[in-house]
Unconditional design. Structure first.
Length: 352
């Protein structure tokens, strides 16, 4: 309640990118003062043995992670860890630094508890991220979300993904291949069967040559048809990657309460938040059921409450991630979800 009535109104007075930078600086400052880390852990961290889960060859302390895009350059994972996340996904990172799309490129839809973004993979590049992650001392599981540079043609995209894989292999715990962002021109074309199979096959070939291969996951869009999802299932099985993250943002604008004029004035971008919840859950359920439960799924999209998270898990996800819900509900969302899931496990209504 404190966040909803006192903190969020202040941050929402500023444009979203400025507010994000302010919030992260405030969290870093809090964790830097004596007793700050202890305080954040006490307020937001919730530990319970029933929440522990093994997936992708990793042992997660709880199933609630932070989705990619929030900490693109690995600047804040050491303080975000104190908020109780079971894992944090860094990126999307590209081989070379890039500025992303022109500002403004991130927009709030408060009436829908949603965001529209067209960030365009703005990041400082692989070398900077690698150097930051080399010095990490925390225990939180870190995923590396890799993408291609905007000016890399699709036929050469595999080179960017391979470079991201090799550069980050020693400093992350798992990988995510992002071919589903709507904000890099023609990127989603890489979700088609032939180019996607090529990218994932070559990544997995390199992975299996390592002494200790790491999980490679594929992040997909919520806008895929059932036929395209069938292709995804086949590709995942054929390439033997570890699983899927469902889903990224949507390019649709269905069932929004925000005024159409405002939506049109914002323009292109991926929509996230509550309007994506049902789309994401549908994709999770489809993949789980049509793969016979053989493809592990991380569920993300529209998780604003503990019940939303449980819905994803009940649909077949093994882990969940938050992003937009974290912004609208505040840092206590992680604790609330974990407490609810622990109680649900205790009552036997869901098994992690």
């Amino acid at each position: 309640m404190f966040y909803q009535y006192f903190i969020k109104p202040v941050f929402f007075c500023f444009n979203p990118e400025t507010a994000h930078a302010m919030a992260m600086r405030a969290l870093k400052l809090l964790c830097a003062i004596p007793g700050g880390k202890l305080l954040t852990n006490k307020l937001f961290n919730y530990q319970n043995k029933t929440l522990e889960i093994s997936a992708f060859g990793l042992n997660f302390p709880n199933p609630v992670g932070l989705a990619a895009g929030f900490d693109k350059d690995g600047k804040y994972f050491s303080v975000l860890e104190n908020l109780g996340f079971g894992f944090i996904e860094i990126g999307t990172v590209t081989p070379r630094p890039q500025d992303g799309n022109p500002k403004p490129r991130l927009f709030r839809l408060p009436g829908d508890e949603a965001l529209i973004n067209r960030m365009g993979f703005n990041n400082e590049g692989l070398e900077v991220l690698k150097n930051r992650l080399k010095n990490r001392t925390g225990k939180v599981i870190i995923g590396g979300n890799i993408g291609k540079n905007k000016d890399t043609p699709n036929e050469l995209a595999i080179n960017d993904y391979l470079e991201g894989f090799h550069q980050l292999f020693d400093v992350v715990d798992y990988f995510v291949v992002n071919v589903s962002s709507p904000n890099t021109p023609n990127l989603r074309a890489l979700q088609e069967k032939e180019p996607l199979t090529k990218i994932l096959s070559q990544l997995q070939e390199s992975n299996l040559k390592k002494p200790s291969p790491k999980a490679i996951l594929l992040k997909i869009a919520p806008d895929l048809t059932n036929e395209q999802l069938d292709d995804i299932i086949e590709i995942v099985k054929t390439t033997r990657i570890s699983g899927v993250i469902a889903t990224n943002t949507t390019i649709t604008r269905n069932n929004l309460t925000t005024n159409n004029t405002q939506i049109e004035s914002i323009g292109n971008g991926g929509l996230s938040g509550k309007p994506v919840r049902e789309m994401s859950t549908r994709v999770i359920r489809y993949i789980h059921e049509h793969s016979g439960g053989t493809i592990p799924v991380i569920g993300v999209g529209g998780i604003h409450t503990a019940q939303d998270a449980k819905e994803k898990l009940d649909a077949g996800a093994c882990l969940v991630q938050v992003f937009t819900g974290f912004i609208y509900e505040g840092p206590s969302i992680v604790r609330r979800i974990n407490k609810y899931l622990a109680k649900s496990c205790g009552e036997g209504s869901h098994s992690l």
